[in-house]
Design a protein around this ligand. Sequence first.
Ligand code: 1WB
Ligand code: MN
Length: 339
Amino acid sequence: MLKIATEEAYSIPEIAGELEALSRIESDSLDLPLLRGVYGDRMNVFTRKMLANLLDIDLRLSDMDANGVDMHVLSLTAPGVQMFEPSQAAELAALANDRMAEVVRAHPTRFAGLASFAPQEPERAAREIERARNSLGLHGLVVNSHTNDEYLDDPKYWPILEAAEATDGAIYIHPRAPSAMLAEACRDYGMASALWGYGIEVSTHAVRMILAGVFDRFPKLKIILGHMGEGIPFWLWRMDYMYRVGVEGGRLGSKKLELTPSEYFKRNFAITTSGQENPDALAYSIKTLGEDNVMWAIDFPYQPTAPAVKFMDEAPLDTSVKARVYGENAKRIFHIVRL
Ligand code: 1WB
Ligand code: MN
């Protein structure tokens, strides 16, 4: 059975260097603890291993081979280029895409790649998306959630969504620490991390896009969410119910859409299992979203490969469903042909 892992973190030395510099500044940004954990202390064994795994393709291949993983779908790791100044961000995104395309060209059966772009300059980002999809042949797109506390429902970012839809490039919304609006409630107890903050950051992003009517405007746009859909599959019934109450009751801010929230979620989204190895959550997600809309992921190197493989191997699914989740859905959604 083809095993394609779909949320696999990657970086290049130039960006790792810039993020390391960023990790040293005095700031109360909630992304900084995350950066310090990965780049902060090169003498720390854990840090060095993490960084090596992000940068070194041979190390990555040996982990894949040891665990029988056919392919990683690479994405520039959080926070991508989104904390940089606009022109630097755009240049680094293009460089990361060039390098990623080289990795894919060198190992076309082992790697696919999601292209980065800098939302800071939406028109330029749209051109980079077109270049990445049409010239570099990268397989989709990634954005590390908010940019300067703004989300992709803001019409100023619509050139990005238009280019993504036009090139059939699915956008993986990967977490970073919560935006300013959500941050304060996550400042204590380590909550800004993948423990909680990452999930509410991305789920909020996705719900904003749905309720803004983004998918009426871009009906073929595809969004990918990790971590078993960041909780949203469990919320669909209540979202639909309260959406109707809001629209029918004329509640302030409620906006009438062509479909219900759950209908957009089933039509325009797919989810991955990254870092959420719970067989009951998997079974529920497949039942709710359909067997074509769930993909396997490891979240390498932030989570270990062996348990992610064991989770799927042992998941009580029909063979044909398991084959879709383990690889076939990724092939379709990310246009992977060299396998
Ligand atoms: C992820 C996890 C990304 C961590 C990170 O970015 C950090 C992830 C630097 O799950 O993709 C983390 O420290 O858990
Ligand atoms: Mn991740």
